[in-house]
Design a protein around this ligand. Structure first.
Ligand code: GRF
Length: 189
């Protein structure tokens, strides 16, 4: 199997990055993680890039041409798939056009519900019965691209922000790899 050269974009903890790195070590998992892009020099997730010897670039998103810098690095590593995993920056339209290949994102709600930030607070406030995570393609509208995979659980009376977050993350670690397998095994995408 020819694995797709993949770049994971992170800003924080990087637990989805870690999970994808481990999954990608399996010989029949369709991607190889060749690069990590991070916009936060203090992100804990950078430790996983270091630990698993994956090249990484830290970009300063306050600079005007930071997306150009990312594109140069993607080209250099022949990246054909980007997985956003807790990357707290909106991908510009210009970037989408210039990169022109698949970009995926994972979001901690059942899209189209609760797009954007502060997802867990809004789920609690809205007294949802169930919640979960969604893996989707990235397009020019925030959290609105075609959905690839969703996973859910029912909320319990005792749940709070912390428990909802933990339960959601456990589902994320299954949903992201399954979504990646799905897009490379189906002609429909
Ligand atoms: C995940 O919950 C993901 O859904 C959201 O950001 C979080 C990233 O977590 N987009 P981690 O950095 O992978 O631990």
């Amino acid at each position: 199997m020819v694995k797709k050269n993949t770049c994971v974009f992170i800003s924080g903890k990087g637990t989805n990055l870690k999970n994808l790195i481990i999954k990608s070590r399996n010989y029949n998992f369709p991607i190889n993680i060749k690069l990590v892009v991070c916009n936060n020099p203090n992100a804990y997730g950078l430790n996983y890039a270091k630990k698993y010897f994956i090249p990484y670039v830290v970009v300063n998103t306050n600079l005007r041409n930071y997306e150009k810098k990312i594109l140069v690095n993607l080209k250099k590593r022949k990246i054909s798939l980007i997985c956003l995993a807790g990357y707290m920056k909106i991908i510009s339209n210009k970037f989408l056009k210039e990169y022109g290949k698949k970009i995926l994102n994972i979001h901690p709600s059942l899209l189209p519900k609760f797009k954007g930030l502060n997802t867990y607070d809004r789920i609690i406030k809205n007294k949802e019965i169930k919640t979960g995570c969604t893996v989707h393609f990235v397009n020019k509208n925030l959290d609105e691209g075609k959905i690839i995979k969703k996973k859910f659980f029912f909320l319990e009376k005792t749940d709070n922000k912390e428990t909802i977050k933990n339960k959601t993350k456990i589902l994320e670690y299954r949903a992201y790899p399954e979504a990646i397998i799905k897009i490379f095994s189906k002609a429909s995408f």
